[in-house]
Design a protein around this ligand. Sequence first.
Ligand SMILES: *Cc1c(COP(=O)(O)O)cnc(C)c1O
Length: 389
Amino acid sequence: MTMSLQNAPLRAHSPVSRVDTVLALAEFDRPTLVIDLDRVEAQYRALSAGLGRAQIHYAVKANPAEEIIDRLLSLGSSFDAASRREIALCLSRGAKPSQVSFGNTIKRAADIRWAWEKGITLFAADAEEELEKIAENAPGAQVYIRLIVETSEADWPLTRKFGCDAGKALALLDYARDLALDPVGFSFHVGSQTREARMWAPALDALAATWTAARAAGHDLSVLNIGGGFPASYGEELAPAEAYAAQVMEMVEARFPGARHIMAEPGRGMVAEAGTIVAEAMLVSRKSDRDLHRWVYLDIGRFSGLAETEGEAIRYRLETPRDGGAMGPCILAGPSCDSADVLYEKRPVQLPLDLRAGDRVLIRGTGAYTSTYSSVGFNGFPPLDVLCI
Ligand SMILES: *Cc1c(COP(=O)(O)O)cnc(C)c1O
């Protein structure tokens, strides 16, 4: 859904963002993610300036809204797709096949074939079987090998699910060549929400050793895909995106000689701050009259978009119309009939003491990893609506 703001009462250089103007004017009958496309654009420009010669492949999975793809496409972005559907989305919005990489290391054989027939030429792999699938369905394709990152200081680390170690990676380069594929380089991901650029250094050091070993073994690697991990602010102070990206690139350039083509795949860092979810308090209660904590139940929870509250890893900033008065601790929960649908309990959140059912609750920084994490209808709650302005 796209909304025209032509009639909204905006002043030039208003300190109130366009999103806040819309939020103030509009009524919402269900939880809605409002995306500020200009904010996405500003973030793209900042990251792009900092990343210099690296080509941005926006990680579509962070938020696949068509309007975001369109805006990024108009700015010259490329895309990293995790699935056939994400590739189809990018192509349908006008991306050229050369602008789309198939970066998931776990791909269906039929989808590899489909992508290859559509003109996609760049694929990720971290295992023999995956290379065999690619060789059979996309003969001669370019592949990059994903390396495991053992040392991550990220708030949302990707653990050991993806990538392979150095020894395996070198063997896979050889194997790819034996399969008549074109092994062009390596990829990695330092872990999502890596808050400070300096946290990349230990991972980069380890990965650079593998890069050097591969080149010494005769592989003329040209592609280095540094993945995502660029942070979004959830209330904490962060370096500006441009400075952060520039610092990362400086570390990369110093460690990866011969990397002729550098790719970066920001997801969260591109879109999270551009999004605000408009939610509503459905119930404020206490379990006993002596209870120090109130329970606040929202109309959105773990199953309707806020999956990243798992482990209380990502802590969103909340705003209500009653902010400014006395505050107190609350356990925050979603509306569904599942006991796992509690958002913040170990570290309660501070909300106004006079908050009550029906009050609007804004959840800031929710542009990434929300709308697509929303279930299709658990308990009959509708999926998160998305509005781009
Ligand atoms: C998820 C993902 C990204 C984006 O990560 P962020 O931390 O959101 O920037 C980039 N590359 C790959 C391969 C991914 O799976």
